[in-house]
Design a protein around this ligand. Sequence first.
Ligand SMILES: [Zn+2]
Length: 417
Amino acid sequence: MSTFIILIFMCAAQVGAKIYSHYHLFKVIPQNQFQLTGLKAMFEDGDYKIDFWIAPSSVNRTTEFLVPPSYVSRVKGILHSLDAETHILNKNIQEVIDQENEEQAHNGSQYTAYASNSVTDKYASYNEIKNLLHSYETKYKHLSVIKFGKSFEGRDLVAIKFSTGPGKRVIFVESGMHCREWISIASSLKIIERMATTLGQDPEIDELLRLYDWIFVPTVNPDGYYYTHNFDRMWRKNRRPINFFCTGTDLNRNFAAGWGGPGASPNPCNPTFRGTSVFSEPEAKALASFVKLVQPIAFFSVHAYSQYIMTPYGYTYKKPADSMELTHLAHKAAAAIKAVNGLKFTVGTPPELLYIATGGAYDWAKLEANVKYSYAFELRPTQSYGNGFLLPKRNIKPSSLELFAALKTFAKGFYNR
Ligand SMILES: [Zn+2]
């Protein structure tokens, strides 16, 4: 094939967004080792084009995955041969994506119960987020916007820092490493909005800014986030091409924390590809340098979905020496979340709740950056909700209140330690 024809193919592939018509969302809970092994083989075999939203981990733990229509009968056959009880949560995920697009277009309409802001009430684009942060910077004195690097495609990696005076310890919150987890970005942005605009009017914000400086990185993976808005809603990784066929590294598998071990794929086509080396990805590397520079007392990775507060470590079943203390605070935060809207968040390490995952940012913060309090959230919804990552935007405000309640509880918990 000539280079010219290849180029035409590549251009054609870029026209319009990927369509998910009749993609089926499956849910299976393996009941025995045989079924689990079969699911894991599906997970590791890129040929099936199956997108695992929740990877298979152990017996009796939920796995959820999206299957293209052309593979549905084949996958059903495999599951039948495993004698696995199969639930189909959705038979046409494109309908949900269409609903989401429609909702995005009609801003503020049916959800007027909350103060309306055209950017923070929807799943804002990268540029809208960046512009909003800069608009705060021109308006408010207690915050600054920090560029700490560039993405592979040249977008600014942007943080916002809140500080009402010198000498305070820093709490660091990052979101959007997995760019399809839109609720994590939107929930963080709502908190940023509150910290920016309500100082002196909101006693909770006043207190949090009296105790600490706060740094938020709302979109750690801006190229991927742009891609989810314009080309493929279900994209998870960054956008650096690895070879002719496959693009992207799972940034949350690229950190120096058991890198290259289980729960991270060596296959560049896999959604959990670990990268070509530790910190091979500019976004992960820049975030790590920034965290080392800042030396926060606490580091939070915000993800979705499953409603978990995860304590270290993700890369091993071993726990840090202060695990009891960290877990105790996480339970308090979970109680605070429950008090907001009644949602249950479960506390545990990734191997306890999901699976071992190596190369994760919050493990790295604890292991390598000397951050004592390091956690990861999986925000709403629960597993089995049906549309996992495709959460209607009316969830943004309540989800952000849940995240806020947890962060506040943690912050107060750290203060006297
Ligand atoms: Zn994630």
